[in-house]
Write a new protein. Structure first.
Length: 262
């Protein structure tokens, strides 16, 4: 499945403008043969907008979700987008996966909130593994800081995730996560990992870009720079099968030795 990574911060504070950016990117991605477009964390609203997160938050079936479903249908590709999800009086840092026919396939709420800023604005989710089937692949969802916990990614590997989507808002000086941690996560868990970052300065954050689609061999199939960019690469089931046969980490585990981890 050809996967497009939209490295962009859009226009923080304007849902309408960000829907336009997403629509234009979906058109370019579809023209290049992509079956899936992935945005950064909180792409719909912006990340460092403070109280604006609660003001612009919408339920999973809100107006913006309908607009993105229409975009997916018109361009004929699935879309995974980051947004603040309103659920009663709580706001979650969420990602939603929409199929090419507009069907909502899966929604994930960030379980590991990073720093005071996120803990002040969001309620953490409590479902560690959320998956959907897409183009013959099992697609899983995490968000940013979640991928830095090896337990999270291993849980996805054990549940059969083939392609892990990770919208992120990774700031300076933590670019080593995109450069080194994400490819290692892909290799040690024998899956593809699509890590899609914001760029530029927003509030007190300087986002580093460097979005990457890493393969199960630890090799970057696509790597963005530090500017706004749309990059594409393929998640190949044949490579997954061959790599998992050559690197049987999951089969060679000895869970009885790991009790102290929990």
């Amino acid at each position: 499945m050809r996967t497009a990574l939209l490295q962009s911060s859009g226009r923080p504070g304007s849902v309408a403008a960000n829907l336009d950016v997403l629509d234009a990117a979906a058109g370019r991605a579809a023209a290049a043969g992509a079956g899936l477009l992935v945005t950064p964390e909180l792409f719909l609203t912006g990340y460092a907008i403070g109280a604006g997160l609660a003001r612009l938050a919408e339920p999973a079936d809100g107006d913006a979700a309908d607009a993105i479903a229409e975009t997916a249908t018109r361009h004929g590709l699935a879309v995974a987008y980051g947004y603040p999800e309103l659920d009663g009086d709580r706001v979650h840092n969420s990602v939603q996966l929409v199929a090419a026919d507009g069907t909502r396939l899966a929604g994930y709420r960030k379980t590991h909130l990073y720093g005071r800023y996120e803990r002040d604005h969001f309620t953490p989710g409590d479902r560690p593994v959320v998956q959907a089937e897409l183009h013959g692949l099992t697609v899983g969802l995490l968000i940013c800081y979640d991928v830095e916990f090896p337990e999270n990614v291993r849980a996805h590997a054990l549940a059969g995730t083939d392609l892990l989507l990770v919208p992120t808002a990774q700031p300076h000086p933590f670019q080593f996560v995109a450069e080194a941690v994400v490819p290692v996560r892909a290799f040690e868990n024998q899956m593809y990992v699509a890590y899609v970052n914001r760029v530029g300065t927003e509030g007190g954050f300087e986002f580093v870009g460097l979005s990457v689609l890493a393969g199960p061999d630890g090799v970057a199939r696509a790597r963005a720079g530090r500017a706004e960019e749309l990059v594409l690469a393929d998640a190949d089931p044949a490579l997954l099968t061959a790599s998992r046969a050559a690197n049987p980490y999951l089969a060679d585990r000895r869970p009885g030795l790991y009790g102290s981890l929990v």
